[in-house]
Ligand binder design. Structure first.
Ligand code: ZN
Length: 176
């Protein structure tokens, strides 16, 4: 299953740039890939459709895996891994939380499907933002349709600040 949610990749790449902007191109690419995967992680729940779990169920699409509690859990894991590797645990945990939590928040800005279960397990409600400017991605191979291309186009434009921050050439940006 494939989602046309390149906005999540934009956020992940920007976080990778933030984390590894001053490091070697290899480290930068690895950080961008890692944070993009973390930002996409909640959509691993599309496997629910295959398993016959309904969209609206707790473990259905945009359910528990899209919550802030889930993001906090993954962040704790990342902090634990960082600690084992003698890397800065608080920093890894915080950036991981932002990457995973951003997913449900972005999904809440889309104009279709069900909202994200941001407050699971405290609430099973599915939440949308008051303003929903992003078109919802088709699920599965629907991405290869005209509608899928339209969504990709809108997200390319909507996330220009993130692409720019992630990909702006190094020399021209002030380093800290
Ligand atoms: Zn999602």
């Amino acid at each position: 299953m494939l989602m046309a949610s390149i906005g999540h990749v934009a956020v992940g790449m920007a976080l990778g740039r933030y984390e590894a902007g001053n490091m070697s191109p290899g480290r930068l690419a690895a950080a961008m890939t890692l944070f993009s995967l973390l930002a996409l992680l909640p959509d691993a729940d599309v496997v629910a459709f295959r398993l016959g779990i309904p969209y609206s169920a707790t473990w259905g699409h945009r359910g528990a895996s899209h919550s802030l509690v889930f993001a906090a859990g993954v962040a704790l894991l990342a902090a634990g891994v960082a600690r084992a590797l003698r890397a800065p645990a608080a920093r890894w945990g915080a950036l991981t939380f932002v990457a995973v939590a951003s997913h449900g928040l972005l999904d809440a800005l889309t104009n279709g499907g069900l909202g994200a279960a941001l407050l699971w397990p405290f609430s099973h409600g599915r939440f949308f933002a008051p303003v929903r400017p992003l078109p919802v991605s088709p699920i599965g191979a629907g991405m290869l349709s005209a509608r899928g291309l339209y969504v990709v186009g809108v997200e390319l434009l909507a996330f220009i600040p993130f692409w720019t921050y992630a990909l702006w050439p190094r020399g021209r940006r002030q380093e800290n």
